[in-house]
Design a protein around this ligand. Structure first.
Ligand code: MRU
Length: 341
């Protein structure tokens, strides 16, 4: 299962806004359209955003290849700035653009840049899938037989290069026969849990139960959740992390009920340049996403709206962090510095 395919001279993206009812792939040859696709969540999920942006840089190089070196560099700079402005929170976008920038700096012309940029974008994509496989293996070791797992938002195959982070753990644990049930928070306002996570799990034959976000506490109180695995958009060097709005609430609930709570991420999601979660920029999105449901107005005109796409969970609420280098336990700042500093 995947959502991003490089086709040599174009990028194909699965339109995630149309799932679960329609599986539509669109071709992109203009990097500006990829910027728009990232903004509209056609492609979303921290690693997937980074991979799509890397391929968009290749599309830009193809467009500007015949310019003089000076003009080519200026055009590429503008394209990278446009891509960087698409969404502010997931650090994978900036990590990936930095890799592409470095690759570009060694090229002596537009024509020379295209193959090296393409190789780099494909490497970013391939490495992400490989990291997810390792993450899955490490994470699955935490999952006992009969586990009932809660997840929030979508940290699955389509949020990454393939396989998934939190859902990579679920997939690996399911392959060992250890998953009794995955509870998916629907994830208001844009329903990534209902539309995307439930879709992935049903497609893969993994037992899945959909709940609205306000049902998690009740399930935990009944003893029906054994552990929580969810994704991450940016982790600071002390272990504080941003993920889909509602993650912090799930963390507080899990701590109250004594339920192990893990975030799952590749190293491309760790931002060692910031000391803690207060330094993470949180994307604010269109009020329309909250005042309307499936195109129907559900709130009166004129009401104020608060619509952050992400919240920050303090590291104190984390049981552990699952990465491609293994599972990290506290003290997170020391372990993160050792492994990723
Ligand atoms: O707004 P989205 O759908 O891009 O938010 C996605 C999440 O919050 C995911 O949990 C996160 O990016 C990790 S994806 C492996």
């Amino acid at each position: 299962m995947d959502a991003i395919r490089w086709q040599g001279d174009s990028l194909a993206l699965l339109d995630q806004t149309r799932l679960p009812t329609e599986e539509v792939w669109d071709d992109y040859t203009d990097y500006r359209k990829v910027v728009d696709a990232i903004r509209r969540l056609v492609v979303r999920g921290a690693p997937a955003i980074g991979i799509a942006a890397a391929y968009a840089v290749c599309l830009a190089a193809m467009e500007f290849r015949d310019q003089t070196l000076e003009d080519f560099r200026a055009s590429m700079d503008r394209a990278m700035k446009d891509l960087a402005a698409s969404r502010p929170t997931a650090v994978n976008l900036f990590w990936s653009l930095d890799r592409m920038k470095l690759t570009l700096s060694a090229a002596g012309s537009g024509a020379e840049a295209i193959p090296v940029l393409t190789r780099e974008a494909e490497a970013i994509h391939r490495e992400d899938i490989a990291m997810n496989r390792k993450i899955g293996r490490y994470g699955a070791e935490l999952v006992p037989p009969g586990a009932r797992i809660l997840t929030h938002c979508n940290a699955g195959a389509i949020a990454t290069g393939g396989y998934g982070t939190a859902l990579g753990v679920v997939r690996a644990a399911h392959a060992k026969g250890n998953v009794e049930m995955v509870y998916c928070d629907e994830t208001r306002p844009l329903l990534q849990g209902a539309r995307l996570t439930a879709w992935e799990l049903v497609k893969d034959g993994i037992p899945a139960t959909l709940i609205t976000d306000n049902m998690a506490a009740s399930l935990m109180a009944q003893g029906k959740i054994d552990m929580v695995f969810l994704g991450c958009d940016r982790m600071a060097r002390n272990g504080d992390f941003a993920n889909k709005i509602g993650t912090y609430g799930v963390a507080v609930l899990a701590a109250y009920h004594g339920i192990p709570f893990y975030t799952v991420l590749p190293s491309s999601t760790i931002d060692m340049s910031i000391p803690d979660g207060k330094h993470i920029v949180i994307e604010q999105r269109d009020p329309h996403e909250v005042t309307h449901f499936a195109g129907v107005q559900t709130a009166p005109e004129g009401v104020g709206v608060y619509n952050p796409a992400f919240d920050v969970t303090p590291h104190k609420l984390l049981t552990g962090i699952v990465t491609e280098k293994g599972v990290i336990h506290p003290p997170f700042d020391e372990r993160l510095a050792e492994l990723f500093g």
